[in-house]
Design a binder for this molecule. Structure first.
Ligand code: AHM
Ligand code: MG
Length: 294
């Protein structure tokens, strides 16, 4: 039974990169324990104007302080912080994160997660430059899905807090699951055509409201998760830096793809830390289909 630690060594992950991954992975236990006493909204909003859940701010403060104390991280960009947090200037790596994705589902005990990307150098780089991306998913099990740029592996946390390899060389099949955010009356003509085509070909609707959980089922069964451009928001809802790049990198590493509907989001160099973009992520054929609609 290979552990996450053993996998990092076997993958020749540089020492500091491995330490940062383990430090964040070890926060899954404390985060899970904190759910019971942090069920509500915090009464604050993040820089995107969205209501913050108590768990958003709790997980953000916890991971940020662990990274700060480690001295291993140059800068952190978090969905819950307005600005990039500068840490140790001589450190090699920077971290981007959504500390608690899907937080509106905490109250109803559906699966939520923590999304992380790690770059060498600064945070505002294209997703194709990621050195590592992973997410922890707090479901019936706590799983950690990771890529260091050499395929995707999934680990599960055992009762001692050790991550044990569950699956390696994960590949996204050409499946039929589909889930789309945005209100139907606000969808664009292109997106309506796309969803109609998929549904007419047997697409099965699955959408929970937690990107990380919805992507995880696509990774296993195949299909597409979309948060499209809408008539009200041409750039959709999800954030390129903290959400789309790490998940898109994992999708590409599993033989799938990620797109804004025209081309890969992994090639976009962000100009703003909270930049949004429409997103389609999942099986390769599903992404080719949206890019083919003009
Ligand atoms: P969050 O990071 O504040 O939780 O917001 C992102 C979430 C995604 O996890 C999810 O796919 C989407 O927002 C759901 O939005 P909607 O409620 O509009 O469907
Ligand atoms: Mg999120």
């Amino acid at each position: 039974m290979k552990t996450l630690q053993e996998y990092l060594i076997a993958s020749h992950a540089p020492e500091d990169l491995g330490k940062i991954i383990m430090l964040i992975a070890d926060q899954a236990g404390p985060i899970r324990s904190a759910f019971i006493s942090n069920q509500n909204y915090a009464g604050s909003t993040n820089s995107s104007g969205e209501d913050q859940a108590e768990m958003d701010t709790w997980a953000d403060a916890r991971i940020t302080s662990v990274l700060q104390e480690s001295g291993l991280v140059r800068a952190v960009a978090s969905e819950e912080q307005e600005d990039i947090v500068q840490m140790s200037p001589s450190a090699k790596y920077s971290v981007v994160m959504d500390p608690l994705d899907g937080s509106s589902l905490i109250k109803v005990n559906l699966s939520v997660g923590t999304i992380v990307g790690i770059y060498e150098g600064d945070v505002l780089q294209a997703g194709n430059q990621l050195r590592a991306a992973f997410y922890m998913l707090y479901g019936p099990m706590t799983t950690l899905t990771i890529s260091l740029g050499n395929g995707v592996s999934i680990f599960a946390m055992n009762k001692d807090g050790t991550y044990i390899l569950l699956k390696e060389n994960v590949r996204i099949p050409e499946g039929t699951l589909c889930g789309s955010g945005g209100l139907r009356p606000e969808w664009t003509e292109k997106h309506i055509r796309y969803m109609n085509e998929i549904e007419c070909e047997g697409g099965k609707n699955r959408y929970s409201g937690s990107f990380v959980a919805d992507f995880h089922q696509i990774l296993e069964y195949g299909g597409v998760y979309a948060y499209p451009a809408t008539k009200k928001s041409a750039s959709g809802k999800l954030r390129l830096v903290f959400e789309i790049n790490p998940i898109g990198f994992l999708a590409a590493q599993a033989g799938g793809a990620v797109s804004n509907g025209e081309s890969s989001t992994l090639d976009i160099v962000p100009t703003k830390v909270h930049q949004r973009t429409p997103v389609y992520v999942g099986s390769k054929g599903m992404i080719a289909k949206i890019e083919a609609i003009r």
